[in-house]
Write a protein that binds this ligand. Sequence first.
Ligand SMILES: [Zn+2]
Length: 314
Amino acid sequence: MAASAESKVETENVKTTDKFLLRMQECYENYIVIDSGANLTNKKYGRDLESVIQRAKDAGVMKIVVTGASLRSSKEALRLTRLYPGVIYSTAGIHPHDAKSWTEGYLDDLREIALNPECVAIGECGLDYNRDFSPAEIQREVLQKQVALACELQKPLFIHEREAHKDLLDILEKFRENLPTVVMHCFTGSLEQAEKYINMGIYIGITGYLCKDKSDTGVRKILESGLIPLEQLLVETDSPFMYPNTRASKLPTHVKEALTDRSLMFLQRYCTFQRNEPCSLPAIVEMIAAFMKKRPEEVALATAFNSMKVFGLT
Ligand SMILES: [Zn+2]
């Protein structure tokens, strides 16, 4: 080989090594996290889903559970699992807001979707007495049908609950014998309610809501008190909702200071109040860790492991 050609090969090799080292470095800087709930079928991602998912991966989000909240979005979420195998998983359910749209054939349709291995949970389903978009009575009926389906298929339940703690417990109690793993997604309740769920072995999903919560017995206090064991904690963005506003005035200084430049870069460059993205998850994990007085790496790994275990992700 001529000298010039040889040096060219050498430079190429150096370049490849540089690239490799850079990637290695990125891996070390990143957390390994799993977004256990994101509404990526929302039309807000209609134009650039590919980039949204790439950014999530760049931020260290290895896998995303895309929630179905209607028949349409449950089908669409399943379709996404085919486009991004091993990265995207889906759920199938009818949101309490839409309970009134339930018709006879829904149960069979949900079952058909949920029988696919990529569909890893039944939900999001539940009770929401805060907004009351569907009558409470119908919400309870529709939830029971979906809890029964989760029991039948032994797939975890992905539950949405707002101001309906007691009624939700009553329904879960009815199915106690056969109940699969339950995830209380985007938890916004009180310390007392969290304690009840924890004692029942229920997993608690925490989102960017923790920036908004200023109550004395809410999510921040729950995290600070160490009530939620790492073994029962999940993290989620609930994108495009629940934007983690790290500039919230009441956020304690030590929590703000725990945010790294890298996480803030993803958050500030790509996420807004109007459209949160899974790439905001590392920032959420850093805040959760600061409230819990744990290392972010530890919270990231533990919650990623929990997600894999609960949803059986491969
Ligand atoms: Zn929800």
